[in-house]
Write a protein of this length. Structure first.
Length: 332
């Protein structure tokens, strides 16, 4: 097997940096834009590198959206070693994300944008725009994003207030280490290692499939810590208090009120997702004030919305069609 397949080059779509916000970086991907509304991708803060959104040619959500004429931007939280002062929850949701949104609209010369937010990034985007919206939203799309944390599967049990002392962990370690999430993923899918090995053996004659498996392995191998104070609040406020869904969460001086979200909302979920089960993700549609609400569920686990035939055949076309139909159409 060639070295290139063992360590594939990921995140290949050309892009340029348009600015930095408190250690985070906002990028714009190169390509002619036919749509009037810029699309900002919001991934996790920490845990995993955002190149999962631009994994490999032909298997890249970024490439797919560019090919359909969208003006695509990315908020890279840039957490980890050497990232500068670590953000708190209020920093990330109430300052960094809003400033990144305003940066995108200024760069694109518009007064609105659409958000496509993945996993943790979905809850953060929802909290930001349901507390003190920094600009007008044409459309909000959540992908595998937990909203009702009481229905967040095994994670809800593992990190409940009685069983998980987040204060002690952060006080001792200073962060949520990358190994915590690698071990957590292994516990959620105990047979994953065997499945990957069998997949590799089955597809040894298919270089593209081997390259994809190696790229995902690289993504997992390069997990990064989550900043301590952010993680402390994230676990307490979202998982243990379920404050986002219950309406008790505050971002700075502003209370998060999901009913104030009135832009079109699309929720994408995966049927066997143990991190953002469909019930917890779809719950967003029960509480927002939007008249245009839609839900698409695909087969598969947490990465099914970003990898494989369910992504390219169902999730991405639904996402692109939703954004296209509402490009420049949202009420003020």
């Amino acid at each position: 097997m060639s070295l290139g397949l063992l360590d594939p080059v990921v995140g290949r779509t050309p892009r340029g940096r348009i600015g930095r916000v408190r250690g985070a970086t906002v990028y714009r991907y190169d390509g002619p834009a036919r749509r009037s509304t810029p699309v900002l991708l919001v991934p996790n803060l920490g845990i995993a590198a955002p190149f999962i959104l631009d994994l490999l040619p032909g298997r890249s959500l970024v490439e797919y959206l560019l090919g359909r004429g969208f003006d695509v931007y990315l908020l890279d939280w840039c957490v980890g070693a050497g990232a500068g002062r670590e953000p708190t929850f209020d920093d990330a949701v109430g300052r960094i994300l809003p400033r990144a949104c305003r940066m995108v609209t200024a760069h694109a010369g518009t007064d609105a944008l659409s958000l496509v937010a993945y996993c943790m990034g979905a809850a953060m985007a929802v909290a930001s725009f349901a507390s003190a919206p920094p600009c007008r939203l044409e459309s909000l799309v959540t992908m595998a994003g937990p909203i009702d944390f009481a229905r967040a599967g095994l994670f809800t049990r593992w990190i409940g207030r009685r069983d998980f002392d987040v204060d002690r962990m952060v006080d001792v370690l200073g962060c949520a280490p990358a190994t915590l999430f690698q071990l957590g993923g292994a516990m959620l899918r105990p047979t994953m290692g065997l499945s990957v090995t069998l997949d590799l053996l089955t597809h040894l004659h298919e270089p593209r499939r081997i390259e994809e498996l190696m790229a995902v392995a690289k993504w997992v191998r390069e997990f990064v810590p989550v900043p301590g104070e952010f993680f402390r609040s994230w676990i307490r406020l979202c998982y243990q208090d379920n404050g986002l869904y219950r309406g008790t969460l505050r971002v700075g001086e502003h209370r998060v009120r999901l009913e104030t979200l009135r832009c079109p909302v699309l929720v994408l979920a995966a049927r066997e997702d143990p991190i953002a089960p469909p019930a917890g993700a779809r719950a967003l549609l029960d509480v927002v004030g939007s008249r245009e609400r839609s839900y698409v569920e695909v087969a598969g686990s947490h990465l099914a919305l970003l990898l494989g035939p369910e992504a390219t055949g169902r999730a991405w076309p639904a996402l692109a069609a939703w954004l296209t139909a509402r490009d420049g159409s949202s009420p003020a």
